[in-house]
Ligand binder design. Sequence first.
Ligand code: SAM
Length: 247
Amino acid sequence: MRIDILTIFPEYFISPFKYGVLARAIDKGIIKINPINLRDFTHDLHRTTDDRPYGGGEGMVMKIEPIFEALSYLQQEYDEKGLVILLTPSGKLFNQKIAYKLSKEKRLIFICGRYEGVDARVSEHLSDLELSIGDYILSGGEPAVLVVIDAIARLIPGVLGKFQSTSEESFSNGTKGLLEYPHYTRPREFMGWKVPDILLSGNHSKIAKWRKNKSLEITLKNRPELLKSLDLSEEEKELLKKIKNEQ
Ligand code: SAM
């Protein structure tokens, strides 16, 4: 997958792609990251990428022309036009389902806003999708793009090692969209805090049941709204009822 990032801070992306899963994906040639400096698509002495908002108000707005020129350049340069994604707090809320969908694309082009945001004509005429990574305001689209790329890249076949799986994680098919059960590792006891006995029992069906129970318990405690949209089995509904009664 080729990923272009339109930004006024291309250096921002130097270090995050040097580590872990993303670095391996780049080394293996599975993803290619191409930060593009929007200032390279300006024509004035100060390389201006923002201006005052029409209608008045505080702050500056990112201009459409450098974004339009950068996109035209990128889309001519390569056969695959790519899906153009604008990062904005008013976009669709990014989640694992969207990450799966985007992991199938051959090319993604991200636009990072700054200041008060981007001239609205970018979303009206140039972008295919607007994404938000959560209900809070960041100072720029760059950290949001990193979050989105990380979540997408690890779902592309070949990126994770053979001992890592994406199907048993929170929000995935394997956990039916529930939050994941807790994990423990050595030592068996630390400061008097013990690993649950069941995990040391070697009884796989009991362990699976315990994990399912824990998934339901944690989802009910931290994200009860998720339970409403899940297709739970009768057994899981019963378990949930039991957990609620015990609380
Ligand atoms: N005035 C905008 C508003 O109230 O919605 C906020 C602009 S924010 C300070 C500047 C840029 O950061 C945005 O254009 C966007 O690219 C990025 N950004 C901020 N919060 C974000 C979020 N939750 N998800 C995605 N991008 C975000």
